[in-house]
Ligand binder design. Sequence first.
Ligand code: DAT
Ligand code: MG
Length: 135
Amino acid sequence: MEKTYIMLKPDAVQRKFIGNIISRIENKGYNIKQMKMFTLEEEILKEHYSHLVEKPFFPELVEFMTSGPVIGMIIEGDDVVIGMRHLMGPTKWEEANPGTIRGDFANNTTENLIHGSDSVENAMIEIKRFSKYLN
Ligand code: DAT
Ligand code: MG
């Protein structure tokens, strides 16, 4: 079955939304295969967000993503990559509909609570990338 890499970001932990978000994933019927809390470092973020390293907001993104622990998860289910992207809502928080995680809780472009792989191919890369933290 398809797998995706999900990460609850430092704001989700700090704002005490992790139970709410995990409930949404469970309610949808997806299986949590692995889950662990850890703290990220700049080096892995340069890899994970390599498409954004040249952006002016990248330093702010690193500061946020290293500001506290995250919860990394491998989630399994039918078409789970696209399904989790729908549960999350779009990147632009102001375009995220109510009922989505970002639509319900995000009020900032950088601090948007959750990461989810954007393709099956990237999901496999990200699961490999974060496996040293998950085990
Ligand atoms: P997503 O997290 O929806 O996959 P992405 O991969 O394009 O979005 O960007 C990764 C994260 O970087 C995103 O969740 C929040 C931050 N980010 C993206 N665009 C931004 C912008 N214009 N200003 C500030 N932060 C941004
Ligand atoms: Mg992305």
